[in-house]
Ligand binder design. Structure first.
Ligand code: COA
Length: 563
């Protein structure tokens, strides 16, 4: 059992934004006329730009190929079994009925690809954030065409991450349950540990205590552990002859007692709506169940601002397509990061902070679709001055409650053999990077990290890597995630090592550092195309901001939570 200190709860479960007032929210943003960064690509760097474009186009091709692959779910025969024999809707059609539109933020769609135990499309479960009656909600939707919607280790990881996003951003959570429970051959990797299957139910309880609303729609089997997802949600809807909830199915009952029983009699919608009381709404068919679910969301106590007229933010001066040539193929292909910043922010306007100091980190304020943000962008190898500036800037944003956006492109730093002076410099750098990590870890403002190039070595932690709990972390397809960059294996090996070993390690670094390898393992919230980044940032900031419109938070925030 955790020791539940107020500080622990404060650090781990507090809302990520300190906007809790229910006062009228349509305050006017302060006027700004930040300086314009009018930065065309310099002709002298055209060759670097072209090399990056070529690399980006190969990465985007891979992105499209994988997107197409995951959209097919478990494959043609599983789709036929699902729709024709089981008469169920496909998971993406379900999302169409649940959400207001198809403009939703899908999280980690490539999770589950290329794992040691095979390719598990979408990890067998789609997660994301979409609008229901105007309200951003997390959805966790099993795809039963992937091995009956059973939970692989990566499925559990994906569900837990989605719940964490719901907690961190105080978003209502909707579960579309259609799962055969644990994928039995991998039970030892799903069942026993702290962050395994049971954590889903633990989180459901904690989320309820935090007044994070949860609704379940049973549109398939909820077997064994899966049975607790709807029973622990605050409100559940179940579909006649489609949904079942039981700990052990009819074959298990037959084996144990010899009794023959139909799934409907054992745990169908009528039984649970009229006898057990496990669900609250009985639906004759799926479409009706989605209507009920949308209506339940309307009963949540959120007060959204009036629909804003067409937003009138200035677009960046240069086309976002140019980001493809600025996305570095490798660290040595990085151009001045201001070129990227200027193509992401409103009107390319950027109020730079400490522009003459610590040049390898660019910091400053800008707006993204009207949201004021603090940007910290890698512009070379983080020097100790850059890290000190980073700490200062992070604390500044924290003090002003301004969300932070990190544009990460870190170098891999080989271990050095140091002279006395170098070691002093290196010691200063260590201390400065440590301070920056502390500042980020302790800042309670929302953070979004976009890896635009390298995510290497310990410097990546100082740029709000995954371990530093950013609200969202995205990768560009050209991103490289590994301790050492490919080609730098020699710095990991003892001097005079064999060339063959070095080549082998470099090949491995090449393969394992790819953005798709990372996303397959869920080390991020998804690979996004550079030209979509502005929109993804806007959605993420809108989503994060929504918590200020929830009217039913005050008591839960005051009450101590038992962890
Ligand atoms: N572990 C591993 N594989 C499983 C599984 C499980 N718990 N449940 C189903 N599968 C596999 C099936 O073997 C089948 O694999 P295949 O496509 O390679 O043949 C695939 O998932 C689909 O299952 P199938 O039974 O053909 O589909 P269905 O739509 O008729 O039924 C279920 C799906 C989930 C309702 C049904 O398979 C079932 O009841 N499974 C057992 C659930 C259970 O007892 N879970 C206990 C977990 S602790």
């Amino acid at each position: 059992m955790h020791r539940c200190t107020a500080r622990f709860v404060e650090q781990h479960w507090r809302p990520s934004v300190r906007w809790t007032s229910s006062a009228p929210v349509r305050r006017k943003a302060l006027r700004s006329s930040f300086p314009v960064l009018d930065l065309p690509v310099p002709p002298s760097h055209r060759h670097v730009y072209q090399a990056n474009v070529q690399n980006s186009s190969a990465c985007c091709h891979k992105f499209s190929e994988l997107s197409e692959r995951v959209r097919k779910g478990g494959g043609d025969s599983a789709v036929t079994r699902h729709t024709q024999r089981n008469k169920k809707l496909l998971v993406r059609d379900r999302l169409r009925l649940l959400l207001d539109d198809e403009d939703y933020l899908e999280l980690s769609p490539f999770a589950g690809l290329g794992l040691p135990y095979g390719d598990i499309p979408s990890a067998g479960c789609l997660t994301g954030v979409g609008r229901i009656n105007g309200l951003w909600c997390v959805f966790i939707a099993n795809d039963a065409t992937v091995k009956g919607g059973t939970a692989y280790p990566i499925t559990v990881k994906k569900q837990l991450r989605a719940q964490q996003i719901a907690v961190q951003n105080r978003l209502p959570c909707v579960y579309l349950v259609d799962s055969g429970g644990a994928f039995l051959p991998l039970q030892s990797e799903i069942f026993p540990d702290r962050m395994h299957g049971g954590r889903t139910f633990y989180n459901e309880a904690i989320m309820s205590a935090m007044k994070i609303p949860q609704v379940a729609l049973v549109c398939g089997s909820c077997t064994a552990g899966g049975a607790y997802v709807p029973t622990m949600a605050e409100e559940a809807v179940m579909v006649h002859r489609i949904g079942t909830i039981f700990l052990g199915g009819p074959p298990l009952v037959k084996a144990a007692t010899g009794e023959e029983v139909t799934p409907e009699d054992l745990g169908g919608a009528k039984l649970h709506a009229e006898v057990s009381g496990c669900v609250d709404h009985f639906a004759w068919e799926e479409t009706e169940a989605f209507l009920y679910t949308r209506n339940i969301i309307s009963t949540l106590n959120f007060h959204l601002p009036e629909e804003e007229e067409e937003r009138k933010e200035e677009e960046p001066l240069q086309s976002s397509e140019e980001l493809l040539g600025l996305a570095p193929k490798s660290f040595s292909h990085s151009l001045d990061v201001r070129l990227i910043v200027s193509r992401l922010v409103d009107g390319s306007r950027f109020q730079e902070f400490k522009s003459g100091y610590g040049a390898t980190l660019v910091t400053g304020f800008a707006k993204v679709h009207g949201h004021l943000v603090g940007i910290a962008a890698s512009n070379g190898e983080l020097s100790s001055e850059a890290a000190l500036k980073g700490s200062h800037f992070v604390q500044l944003c924290d003090q002003r409650d301004v969300p932070l956006v990190f544009l990460q492109n870190t170098a891999s730093t080989p271990p050095l053999t140091l002279s006395a002076t170098q070691s002093e410099v290196s010691g200063n750098r260590l201390k400065a990077l440590g301070s920056m990590m502390s500042a980020i870890a302790c800042a309670s403002v929302p953070k979004i990290t976009v890896v635009i190039g390298g995510c290497h070595g310990v410097d990546s932690y100082s740029m709000c890597g995954r371990a530093f709990d950013p609200n969202f972390l995205y990768l560009w397809p050209n991103a490289r995630v590994s301790l050492m960059a490919p080609g730098e294996a020699s710095s990991l090996l003892p001097p005079g090592g064999e060339q063959e070993q070095e080549e082998k390690l470099n090949r491995r670094l090449e393969e394992e550092s790819s953005a798709f390898f990372s996303s397959g393992r869920l080390w991020d919230d998804g690979v996004i195309l550079p030209q979509d980044t502005r929109k993804v940032l806007r959605d993420s900031l809108d989503i994060i901001k929504q918590q200020q419109y929830q009217l039913s938070t005050s008591k839960s925030q005051a009450a101590p939570l038992r962890m």
